[in-house]
Design a protein around this ligand. Structure first.
Ligand code: PLP
Length: 361
């Protein structure tokens, strides 16, 4: 029997990708050495890098008006380098808050400039959390930009619609990129840490509209934070995370073979619906997010009888369902259903949940 990995990140990678990486580990591209052991400026590596960018553009339908960057520092560095370059001249940025990560992004930005933190969550008398209507938000009239987190990984909350703004729109898509189609026209900058839907930890993808460079100031910043210079240099101002970039390129190949982002979106709906149906069928399990705002990638859930949580987690692990322990700030359980988790994984989990319910209900 197979192990299914529901970790929130670093997370599962597609098995065919791992097998191919293993096969090529000591002899990549017929060079007789590993892809880790060669110069990022070599012809072979440049071809790989260019192909990865082309494939990502193809997967997300990203036009030439955007630069696509493969950077280091994680999504958390973007929390800082976005305000460091865009939040100047006494202007204010809007940060839409609906969970831990959007709050962290806002707090980091507030170290560099003026921030309007907009609480976008309502909690009703039963503890159910929902996103409020943007009409009710206390908006900034002419924001330097508006930042939001498309999918809150810890709370399991998703924006199914992009917030309206009259400034540039910036999205942290760390835990949902490549799982649903995007209308790129709505965005000015998208960033995502790689370690969920893209590849291993150590790389961050930034998709930035070239026009936005005109509003950025890079004076006094480390050169590697200069988005425009990174774009001009093919993300190679210095040594990029070559192995993570290589694995991402294999993931992009795999995604295209699977039918692209449209197929991933269908599967994400299917997998998450299986789990939500199981949670909602009675009150043995609960999920505290309003149906309209539920994440397709991360589903936190709790046992009504909390004293059974430990037993649930131990037995799940024995059944080879791993990574289900909830985030330390919330407790309970969380299942992450990134692209690499097959439908069979969600089915196996739901089967286990129902059996556990029958034996312990
Ligand atoms: N944003 C979101 C939505 C995340 O889920 C995470 C990590 O889980 C981060 C940002 C932070 O990413 P990193 O650890 O790459 O800085």
């Amino acid at each position: 029997s197979k192990t299914y990995n529901f970790c929130a990140g670093p997370a599962a990678l597609p098995e065919p990708v791992m097998l191919r990486a293993q096969q090529e580990l000591l002899d990549w591209n017929g060079l007789g050495v590993s892809v880790m052991e060669i110069s990022h400026r070599s012809k072979d590596y440049q071809e790989l890098a260019n192909k990865a960018e082309k494939d990502l553009r193809n997967l997300l339908d990203i036009g030439d008006e955007f630069a696509v960057l493969f950077l280091q520092g994680g999504a958390s560095l973007q929390f800082a380098s976005i305000p460091m370059s865009l939040l100047h001249s006494g202007r204010e940025a809007e940060y839409v808050e609906n969970g831990v990560w959007s709050k962290k992004a806002a707090e980091e930005a507030a170290r560099f400039g003026k921030v309007n933190m907009i609480n976008a969550v309502n909690i009703d008398e039963n503890g159910i959390r929902s996103l409020t209507d943007s009409q009710s938000w206390n908006r900034t009239e002419n924001p330097a930009y508006t930042h939001f987190t498309s999918n809150e990984t810890i709370e399991g909350m998703r924006f199914s619609q992009v917030p309206q703004t009259n400034g540039p729109l910036i999205a942290d898509m760390s835990s949902c990129i490549l799982s649903e189609r995007l209308d790129m026209k709505a965005f000015d900058l998208i960033y995502a840490g790689a370690q969920k839907n893209i590849g291993p930890a150590g790389m961050t993808i930034v998709i930035v509209k070239r026009e936005l460079f005109e509003q950025m100031k890079f004076d006094g910043l480390p050169k590697v934070f200069n988005y425009e210079a990174q774009a001009k240099n093919g993300s190679m101002l210095n040594t990029p995370p070559t192995f993570a970039w290589y694995l991402a390129s294999l993931v992009f190949d795999w995604l295209q073979e699977q039918g692209g982002v449209m197929r991933m979106e269908e599967l994400a709906k299917q997998k998450s619906q299986l789990v939500y149906d199981c949670i909602d069928e009675d009150d043995f399990f609960t999920n505290p997010i309003a149906v309209k705002d539920r994440s397709m990638m991360n589903i936190p859930f709790f046992l009504k009888n909390e004293s059974l949580s430990e037993k649930f987690l131990i037995q799940a692990q024995e059944a080879k369902l791993m990574g289900l322990k909830g985030h330390r700030s919330l407790g309970g359980m969380r299942v992450s259903l990134y692209n690499s988790v097959p439908l069979e994984g969600a089915q196996a989990l739901v089967k286990f949940m129902r059996e556990f319910k029958t034996l312990n209900g």
